[in-house]
Design a protein around this ligand. Structure first.
Ligand code: SF4
Length: 358
């Protein structure tokens, strides 16, 4: 018989959860049980991270994309989405501002911009990452879509620490409907190859795009089998000009339960609380559910966009370290230092190297 106490006990004993147990967590409706779950996920986070929270600066430097994902505001066919491509000078300026504000990592993100992918300009991206690493000297996450596997080593040599690549769903049929003409296994294999190259890796799930509870549980189990270092969940937000613009956003409680289930299943990995869905007002709930990284911090005057909420809270200056600190003040959590973060990624890499040697 599945029950919450047993699942929590298993997680604290570092045992894997099975699909039925994860589905049980995701379908909890009783508020007392949910409170118990969130208290357990906070304790588990504390076991691995004490009270430290990490924060990532988001540098969405190109909003062009050759793909047509049905859920995405920046899909190729959407004439309504704002398009820009920042040059190196502008990127460095934003990165400097983010570093000065106190972020721990720079998340350099673009869609599969045809300028880079179809005009053989990928080496420009290598130069850009090298320049950012050299001048700003912070950990870097690269998020460039389906980067060629044969160029992973070149990217790693620039000093990038992470490669992020989201499946968004791990139901292959649904994936084909959502990510039109994109191969499920290519994205999966890219993450595995990136990991073998030495990168830390992140996968992501989008909620409310046609998946059911079994699919959600499967996503968590796939992330576990991939041994991701960061696992993110985000609620779908309907985007103007896209085929899913009339779909509803899921109830936020579903995202909180996913964060909690990710924490119990994946244990010591990083789990984001994205500011991109509900802005700063949604941060505390996500942290209370067990998240430990604040993502999508964007400087107010940068002219950069978010992904699912392209403008939310940006110009108001709320998606900043100062905004995050305000929220943390009402919790027992605190912002880590950059050296705490570097220590974590170094230890994680060593752990990974040891397990590959075994
Ligand atoms: S989700 Fe990514 S790959 Fe798909 S259209 Fe949007 S930016 Fe392009």
């Amino acid at each position: 018989m599945i029950n919450l106490d047993k699942i929590i006990e298993k997680a604290f004993e570092e045992q894997s959860l099975n699909q039925a147990e994860i589905k049980y967590l995701l379908s909890l409706t009783n508020s007392r049980k949910q409170e118990k779950l969130f208290s357990a996920t906070s304790q588990l986070r504390h076991k691995y991270f004490n009270n430290k929270i990490f924060a990532y600066g988001f540098v969405y430097f190109s909003t062009y994309c050759r793909n047509n994902c049905r859920f995405c505001y920046y899909r190729y066919n959407n004439a309504k989405s704002p398009r820009y491509r920042k040059d190196l000078k502008e990127i460095l300026q934003v990165c400097r501002a983010l570093k000065n504000s106190g972020v721990h990592l720079l998340d350099l993100t673009m869609g599969e911009d045809p300028f880079y992918y179809q005009q053989q300009n990928l080496s420009n991206l290598l130069e850009m990452v090298s320049a950012v690493k050299e001048e700003i000297n912070l950990p870097i996450m690269a998020f460039f879509g389906l980067w060629p596997e044969e160029m992973l080593k070149d990217l790693y040599q620039t000093g990038a620490d992470w490669y992020a690549c989201y499946q968004e769903t791990h139901n292959r049929k649904l994936y084909r409907r959502l990510r039109i003409n994109q191969n499920y296994y290519s994205r999966l294999s890219l993450k595995q190859k990136a990991q073998q190259t030495g990168f830390l890796i992140e996968d992501g799930i989008l909620l409310g795009v046609g998946e059911n509870l079994t699919d959600r549980a499967r996503s968590i189990l796939t992330m576990e089998s991939l041994k991701v270092d960061q696992g993110r969940v985000m609620s779908f937000i309907p985007q103007e000009g896209t085929p899913l613009e009339k779909n509803k956003t899921p109830k936020r409680n579903e995202e909180l339960l996913m964060i909690a289930a990710l924490r119990l299943a994946l244990k010591n990995v990083l789990i984001p609380a994205s500011l991109d869905v509900d802005g700063i007002k949604g941060l505390k709930d996500r942290l209370q559910a067990g998240a430990n990284v604040v993502t999508s911090i964007i400087p107010p005057t940068s002219g950069l966009k978010g992904v699912s909420n392209s403008r939310l809270d940006i110009e108001e200056g709320n998606r900043t370290i100062a905004g995050v600190k305000n929220v943390l003040e009402s919790t027992d959590l605190e912002l880590a230092s950059v050296s705490d973060y570097v220590e974590w990624i170094t230890a994680r890499r060593e752990m990974r190297n040891d397990s590959t040697r075994e």
